[in-house]
Design a protein around this ligand. Structure first.
Ligand code: NFS
Length: 627
């Protein structure tokens, strides 16, 4: 708690902490109780637990401290890194498969609740699948659905969206033998390679981890984004509000937490049903207030302008307001403790996915063929809890912030290029003439072990240096809380960037969506290459990515597909292979020669900023535009 009686991390007033202290134990307290130092072997990647002779904690360069099987620290670190990439890829890609199934049900008439909202995108995706994209929509959509599902189980050839990368990048991948064949195949192969006694060369393991990660970025995640856009609409800039202050005292508050937008979309439709509103009014509420948490929050913020109550680190606090009737969770990033916190209030934690149940939560299985019916069941449960709300326990912090979100790469085309000249050319021109120094992505999680506001401080530093910033995931929410996602924040930008932003009226930090939507950034970067003047491949661009507070394995997969695609990635405050200098050097130096981009680590906001600005300047120099 800082001087302002406010947690610098999640901006929650001291009153909330005092109220919940002793009542429920939350993650920040757990961090304190556990001490601040986690196991260094585990943290640095050199604890090997893939067989029953261990776990072996390995010290690099000490012969007697190799694994029982003889595994070196580099092998173990590379193996653990590969396993993180495989797990991360599986998560976002299974999300992609989930949405592909919803898409299949919808276009085969098995659910009437959803429909095709973006026909243009449907035809674009069909084109990449090699289909006759001019066919009537209904017929084409069925073929796209089948092809999308097949991408996951394909055994040979190349993933369809690989063709979307710049030609030169595709060539490099083919020469290196890292083009993903099928999403599931790459995940399974990575897991196989890393079981005891299989791939034991850190170089081979790390190279293979790129193939697996590319299956996420240019495969599962990209499919998720595109199919969601076709089904629920491609985001366009809209105004919305974030932070816990979006919860309402006089309404039934339902937070949607997790990742797949299907459930949240169905809840949004059901919440507008006059019958449901009447039921809410009957118990004395003014209606249903939906609010997002984590990436589900980002999905419905981007498409519907539904407010976000909180990022990953705020999920327990949303419940501790005492004002939430139900927290609906699907998959990913849901802390088990939400069930415990909820049990101290009248709140129901409702799991809806067959893949994710939580002890102490209520399970209402989601019927994918009748999503809105299922959503109504969930809302009725929430409504039934409203009369049980204890007013004495309710405290909704006033903190909330206006944002503009919804910057899909398609809308960036229009905003920067104008209605009649939709292209990334104007952006490239502004980069070439030096008004914009480059582009930086701040992505990934927020993390209870990071005590500074790294995201916002970094974003401020970058825009002050005329770097255009794009954000996704919980990083986006934490930057949004600080007011950087509004056009007014352009005043914090350097002079020349501000001029550009004011001309088009957009914020200096562009919210591009959830974590699967990092695929939008891959496409935006590719469009920059295609627009000309900034080289021929992604590694030529003055662009860089970072995840300053990464926590999930998904972030490692994301970072790895960006590096494999040619964009340097800075991670912090620690790196998962750190206890092996050899494996880390390979990722930090050798990857630069192989993929044209290295991994880097930074510890705090100013270190991040310095590294990122320097790297962008280096690229400008290589392009000969460093006047
Ligand atoms: Ni991304 Fe979404 Fe947030 Fe991290 Fe978790 S919500 S997929 S993993 S914590 S950004």
């Amino acid at each position: 708690l800082k001087a302002k009686n406010e947690c610098s991390k999640c901006m929650i007033n001291q009153d909330v902490f005092e109220r919940i202290q002793g009542k429920v134990l939350t993650a920040p307290e757990r961090v304190n109780k556990r001490g601040t130092k986690p196991c260094l072997f585990g943290k640095g990647g050199t604890c090997c637990h893939v067989c029953n002779m261990g776990p072996c904690q390995i010290v690099e360069g000490v012969e007697e401290l190799r694994g029982i099987c003889g595994a070196t620290a580099a092998t173990v670190a590379a193996r653990n890194f590969g396993r993180m990439v495989a797990a991360g890829t599986s998560a976002h890609s299974d999300h992609g498969r989930g949405i592909a199934e919803v898409f299949y049900h919808t276009v085969h008439g098995e659910t009437e609740d959803f429909e095709i909202k973006d026909e243009k995108k449907l035809r674009m995706v069909a084109y990449y699948f090699g289909l006759d994209y001019k066919k009537p929509v209904k017929e084409l959509a069925k073929e796209v659905a089948v092809n999308a599902l097949e991408e996951f189980g394909k055994q040979h050839g190349e993933l369809a969206f690989i063709k979307r990368a710049p030609e030169k990048r595709q060539q490099r991948w083919r020469e290196l033998g890292v083009v993903p064949r099928g999403v599931d195949r790459e995940v399974v192969e990575m897991l196989h390679r890393t079981t005891v006694g299989v791939d034991q060369d850190y170089r081979s393991l790390l190279k293979a981890s790129v193939r697996c990660a590319l299956a996420d970025g240019w495969g599962g995640s990209m499919l998720a984004t595109e199919l969601q856009d076709i089904l629920f609409g491609t985001p366009q800039p809209l105004r919305a509000v974030v932070n816990l202050g979006v919860l309402k005292e006089d309404m039934v508050n339902v937070t949607v937490h997790g990742h797949e937008p299907e459930v949240a979309e169905a809840l949004a439709i059901a919440a507008q049903d006059p019958e449901i509103i009447k039921e809410a009014e009957k118990v004395g509420a003014k209606g249903i207030n939906l609010a997002g948490i984590c990436c589900t929050g980002n999905e419905v913020l981007m498409r519907r302008g539904i407010p976000i109550a909180g990022s990953f680190v705020q999920q327990e606090l949303a419940l501790a307001t005492g004002a939430v009737e139900a927290m609906v969770v699907d998959v990913q990033c849901i802390m088990q403790n939400v069930a415990t916190v909820a049990s101290a209030y009248h709140t129901a934690v409702i799991t809806v996915s067959d893949k994710a149940e939580i002890e102490g939560a209520m399970h209402i299985p989601f019927d994918h063929k009748h999503p809105v019916e299922s959503a109504k069941k969930v809302l009725r449960e929430a409504i039934s809890r409203f009369p049980k709300r204890d007013k004495n326990l309710v405290y909704i912090p006033p903190n909330k912030m206006d944002v503009v979100a919804g910057f899909s790469h398609e809308t960036i085309l229009y905003i920067l290029g104008g209605r009649f000249r939709a292209s990334y050319k104007p952006l490239n021109e502004n980069i070439i003439n030096g008004r914009i120094l480059g582009v930086a992505a701040i992505v990934g999680c927020d993390n209870f072990r990071v005590f500074e506001k790294t995201h916002a401080e970094l974003a401020k530093e970058l825009i002050a240096n005329n770097i255009l910033v794009v954000v996704t995931g919980c990083a986006a929410t934490s930057i949004a809380r600080e007011g950087l996602l509004s056009p007014e924040a352009a005043s914090l930008a350097g002079d020349s960037l501000r001029e550009v932003l004011e001309a088009v009226g957009c914020p200096p930090v562009l919210h591009m969506g959830s974590c699967v939507d990092n695929s939008r950034i891959l496409i935006a970067l590719t469009e920059m290459v295609n627009a000309g003047g900034l080289g021929e491949d992604l590694d030529d661009l003055p662009a860089i990515g970072c995840a300053p507070e990464w926590m999930s394995e998904k972030a490692v997969a994301i970072g790895n597909y960006f590096v494999g695609s040619g964009a340097c990635v800075v991670f912090g405050p620690n790196f998962p292979t750190e206890k092996s200098q050899i494996a880390t050097d390979y990722l930090f130096h050798e990857f630069y020669h192989i993929f044209g981009a290295p991994w880097v680590v930074a510890r705090n906001a100013s270190e991040f900023a310095n590294i990122m600005i320097d790297k962008i300047k280096e690229k400008r120099k290589n392009l000969g535009i460093d006047k």
